[in-house]
Design a protein around this ligand. Sequence first.
Ligand SMILES: NC(=O)c1ccc[n+]([C@@H]2O[C@H](COP(=O)([O-])OP(=O)(O)OC[C@H]3O[C@@H](n4cnc5c(N)ncnc54)[C@H](OP(=O)(O)O)[C@@H]3O)[C@@H](O)[C@H]2O)c1
Length: 229
Amino acid sequence: MKLALAGYGKMGRMLEQLAPEYGFDVALILDVHNNAGGEGIHKANFQGIDAAIEFSTPEAAVANATRLAAIQVPVVIGTTGWLQHLDAVRIAVESNDSAAVWSPNYSVGVNVFSRLLREAARLLANQPEYGAWAWEIHHDTKKDAPSGTMLKLVEDMKHAGYSRTIDISSNRAGRVPGTHEVGFDSAADTITLRHTARSREGFARGALQAARWIAGKKGFYEFSETLFQ
Ligand SMILES: NC(=O)c1ccc[n+]([C@@H]2O[C@H](COP(=O)([O-])OP(=O)(O)OC[C@H]3O[C@@H](n4cnc5c(N)ncnc54)[C@H](OP(=O)(O)O)[C@@H]3O)[C@@H](O)[C@H]2O)c1
């Protein structure tokens, strides 16, 4: 299968390295030099491409995803920091009868962590003595803070029924690939749930798994829908 990469930074390079293990031949690489404003995304460039994976910048991601939808190339969107435009991208994908998977976090472990967290939030929803915090740390080149993953975890806790304040904080330092922690604290005890990524490899492997899943499909999916069917 032929794969296009939109974004050739740290994630794009790792995807290129791992793609053959998932049966993909990287046939097209778009970066800021050949794709400013999404100009590299047109039918001629994408002849024979089965799927695209998008890990670029928050500023570029929406234009890239919308243009890929217009030429009906299934896309795995990995970039974070654009979620305020989620509905617009969903409409572009659905109205063009195209396909996309999105997630602020393609680690299988984080998606399991999120399920556990939702259950804890549901169980503590009616225990007012427990307050909650959410904290994350990433490397100092990460552009968005709080992380997209953190915002989604907190959103998921609210949907699970936890309506009290969740105090959120972020740090950016060094090379940390990504740690997310959520805690519940009462006078009697503390519950701490933490996910620690060891490297970017888990994100790249999840995105490649998603690309294999979305190739040949239609529709708009969140990554966990492709994992826990
Ligand atoms: N969902 C997940 O699991 C997950 C995991 C890791 C990272 N991320 C997110 O993925 C994104 C990329 O991460 P990264 O670590 O690879 O960042 P990075 O190393 O900064 O790479 C981003 C690349 O995108 C390029 N770019 C800029 N405009 C573009 C355009 N119009 N078309 C194509 N490429 C363009 C940048 O080029 P220039 O540097 O020349 O501008 C840069 O090389 C970030 O938003 C990050 O938060 C998500």
